[in-house]
Design a protein around this ligand. Structure first.
Ligand code: ASC
Length: 559
């Protein structure tokens, strides 16, 4: 079946957390419309760019784009940007059931509100390995009051201007900023209005006794989150479109780009509502600036509404505070707990053909703060790789391949990074088609002493097996012996924890060019990513709609 959507993206004034600003809407909404499809369907989205003065591109996060690499929606990698006024047609097959996302992949537009859910159901007659009565999708996000453009300019400026902690957390597009914390609130009553319908708390209504599948996804710009529902356990059953051997948590840690399904049973006192909350972990959301003014990100607050209580009726309790932001161990424990469901194990190849280690560091390059992988900070080329490679446009990007590792012996991952030898490059990793590739993500200290951050890495075009996580420096001789080669989960986004490492394995079996990057919006913008290319000679003609920028101006292909 074909699922046809016609979307228009534009800027509109909205108040998702009660503070009015310009947001990017899809058909008038943020989050945008949910794509509902069944396994095997073809999704067609005709996207009209009505942003007036900005380009756009949309990535279909978790969809592998088998046979349609030009529909991946990654500006600079798989297509030229869609110009203001233009309409672009994305077309792809959703070949696996599960919970996926879509979002902007041009500059840092995702954080302006251009995102939504994709829900792929099983075909009629097939059933999931767990039971539930109803299904709901919830996107978690963080939210800033400055525009994406101000953020991008600040990050590219010298002196560097960091985006800082978000003003609030959103649950399904709704949050609650404390308007009275604005310096002169009476001067700006129209700007921050707690009675705006845009920011009335999101409510999930449940019928007592029923079981709900909540599809929880995070598309935060920066924050790692803990999600919890007061008084209710969460049973994790799906991660990034793969069934999980079920396990129970009180709170779910979720990183930008991840999706989970959890089951909850409405089995508590039905005479009241309950808090559904998000809190920031891994970063201190309370910041004190140079003027000694302290600000804290407003937590995400929504209601689990027991029918027939009113959906706006506040729970009689105070919202749960969430776990300590700086406690890494529970987060590592959750990562280690996620295994493939016993009836849905995809056994990984037992050994790799190639192993690449990616050291993640923060750097200064020409006075700018950047992020690097093996001391190379990624820059997007003006000519998309997919076209450059298929057309053999060798001037379009740096032909020198980036490094396969770093100085394993001498580099101290616990020391403040100086990395004076870091460079920028748009070079790429070329993978032999149909080979098995291992990636080790190695975390390290940032340029702040005693600080290492969490980075969620997202791979386009593939799912990978998560073979292991560890603390400290990865030991190439011994750590691979501890890999889980029996029942590893497959995912498309995975965290590397502070001062830790994460090991992944994937098959380079999808002809195309694929980004692999930190899903923190500002970090990818600051160079924290790489690009893989495989099987380019297997691609036929490319659609002409992806062309028109850089060196592709003269190239013509099938319409
Ligand atoms: O990329 C980042 O920059 C800041 C800080 O390190 C420099 O201001 C921060 O917290 C990041 O994650």
């Amino acid at each position: 079946r074909i699922r046809h959507y016609k979307w228009e993206v534009k800027y509109e004034y909205k108040s998702p957390d009660c503070f009015k600003k310009l947001v990017i809407t899809t058909n008038g909404k943020t989050p945008g419309p949910t794509i509902l499809a069944q396994r095997g369907d073809t999704v067609v989205v005709e996207l009209k760019n009505s942003l007036l003065t900005e380009n756009v591109a949309i990535h279909w996060h978790g969809i592998r784009q088998i046979g349609t690499p030009w529909s991946d929606g990654t500006e600079g990698v798989t297509q030229c940007p869609i110009l203001p006024g233009d309409t672009f047609k994305y077309q792809f097959v959703v070949e696996r059931p599960g919970t996926y996302l879509y979002h902007a992949h041009y500059g840092m537009q995702r954080e302006a509100g251009l995102y939504g859910s994709i829900r792929v159901a099983l075909p009629e007659g097939e059933s999931e390995p767990f039971l539930y009565d109803y299904d709901r999708s919830i996107i978690l996000n963080d939210w800033y009051h400055k525009s994406t453009y101000e953020h991008a300019v600040g990050l590219s400026s010298n002196p560097f201007v960091w985006v800082g902690e978000p003003q609030s957390l959103l649950i399904q597009g709704k949050g609650r900023f404390n308007c009275s914390s604005i310096a002169t609130p009476t001067l700006e009553p129209a700007v921050c209005n707690t009675t705006s319908p845009d920011c009335s708390p999101y409510a999930v209504t449940v019928v007592p006794g029923k079981t709900y599948r909540l599809r929880i996804a995070s598309l935060t710009a920066l924050s790692a989150l803990s999600f919890q529902i007061e008084g209710h356990n969460l049973t994790v059953v799906e991660a990034d479109g793969h069934y999980v051997e079920p396990f129970v948590v009180k709170n779910l840690f979720i990183y930008s780009g991840e999706t989970y399904s959890v089951l909850i049973k409405a089995d508590q006192d039905p005479s009241r509502n309950y808090w559904m909350t998000t809190n920031i972990v891994s970063r201190n959301a309370t910041t004190t600036n140079t003027l000694n003014v302290t600000t804290t990100t407003a937590p995400g607050l929504a209601f689990l509404n027991y029918y027939p209580n009113h959906p706006r009726r506040s729970p009689p309790t105070v919202p749960p505070a969430g776990p300590a932001w700086n406690d890494v161990q529970p987060r590592l424990n959750q990562s280690l707990a996620i295994k493939a469901h016993r009836d849905f194990i995809h056994t990984p190849p037992q050994s790799p053909d190639r192993v690449i280690v990616f050291l993640n560091t923060q750097n200064k390059i020409n006075g700018n703060t950047r992020w690097s992988v093996n001391n190379v900070s990624f820059t997007l080329p003006h000519t998309p790789y997919l076209i450059a490679l298929q057309q053999n446009l060798t001037d379009a990007f740096d032909q020198t391949p980036p490094p396969e590792g770093y100085d394993f012996v001498n580099y101290d991952i616990y020391k403040k990074a100086n990395n004076s030898n870091a460079t920028t490059s748009d070079g790429i990793y070329r993978l032999q088609f149909n080979t098995t590739v291992d990636i080790i993500l190695q975390n390290a200290n940032t340029m702040t002493p005693n600080n290492s951050e969490t980075h969620p890495w997202h791979l386009h075009g593939h799912d990978f097996w998560v073979l292991g996580y560890g603390k400290g420096k990865f030991d190439i001789n011994n750590d691979p012996k501890k890999y889980n080669l029996v029942n590893p989960i497959m995912k498309n986004t995975v965290p590397v924890h502070p001062y830790g490492w994460t090991a992944l394995r994937f098959r380079a079996d999808n002809p195309g060019v694929w980004a692999f990057h930190c899903h923190i919006e500002s970090h990818f913008y600051m160079g924290m990513g790489v690009v893989f290319a495989e099987g380019i000679n297997r691609l036929g003609n490319l659609p002409s709609s992806i062309m028109g920028c850089g060196e592709t101006k003269g190239v013509t292909h099938r319409p």
